[in-house]
Design a binder for this molecule. Structure first.
Ligand code: 3PG
Length: 213
């Protein structure tokens, strides 16, 4: 398995990982350019649209210094496909036994999702210490992460789902949170209008959020 410690290092460098859903390659290039210029170079492009793989390749080629990963990776076949597309990481909303086995032989580091103590223990047993906490707000948010820190202090999380600029700082203040994920930096109406400046501004504000030292 591609080590998760390199993943933690990469993710710790940025407070926010934008979770992205693109409807065209052109849109992917504009949004990514704005996010990177705003200071968010680690991008999770989800496999929720038909152009996702093409967008991943185009963004990685256009912005070689960015760290381009794939999100919504649900199956071993998808993990293989995004690995072949050259992603630097893959994110899944959950973890299945098949995906855990596939991650062992994959050339790409997987950030699997968990929402409960039992799921976190199963992920730990499968070799994962860095986890996506999803859906963060719906699954208990900050009190849940604080509670998990007691018995499972060795785990680190990237909470995602329902987080926005107002909630992010409280998550980032938790000792077991490396960074947060979210789509708030790319509002759908801004994309519809081609308002890349707004995306850049939101990215700049998100990049200025820091883990308290
Ligand atoms: C994800 O896939 O991680 C979430 O859909 C992103 O959550 P958000 O849109 O609530 O930020």
């Amino acid at each position: 398995m591609q080590t998760q410690s390199s993943l933690i290092e990469r993710f710790a460098g940025v407070p926010v990982i934008p979770v992205l859903e693109f409807s065209s390659v052109d849109e992917a290039l504009h949004v990514s350019e704005a996010l990177i210029a705003g200071g968010l170079p680690v991008l999770e492009i989800t496999l929720r649209t038909p152009v996702a793989l093409e967008a991943i390749k185009a963004v990685a080629a256009a912005f070689p210094d960015a760290v381009v990963g794939a999100g919504t990776v649900l199956t071993p076949a998808q993990l293989q496909a995004v690995g072949e597309a050259g992603v630097k990481f893959a994110v899944s909303p959950g973890l299945t036994p098949a995906l855990a086995v596939a991650a062992q032989g994959a050339g790409v580091a997987l950030l699997p999702g968990v929402a409960t103590a039992s799921e976190a223990m199963a992920a730990l047993e499968a070799g994962f210490q860095f986890l996506k906490f999803f859906p963060a707000e719906a699954a208990g948010g900050i009190p849940m992460l604080r509670s998990l820190y007691g018995p499972l202090a060795q785990l680190r999380f990237c909470p995602t789902g329902g987080i926005d600029a107002a909630r992010a700082p409280s998550y980032l203040a938790l000792p077991n949170v490396v960074c947060v994920g979210g789509s708030w930096v790319v509002p759908k109406d801004a994309v519809a209008k081609g308002d890349w400046e707004r995306v850049r501004t939101l990215a700049r504000e998100a990049a200025a959020l820091r883990k308290p030292s």
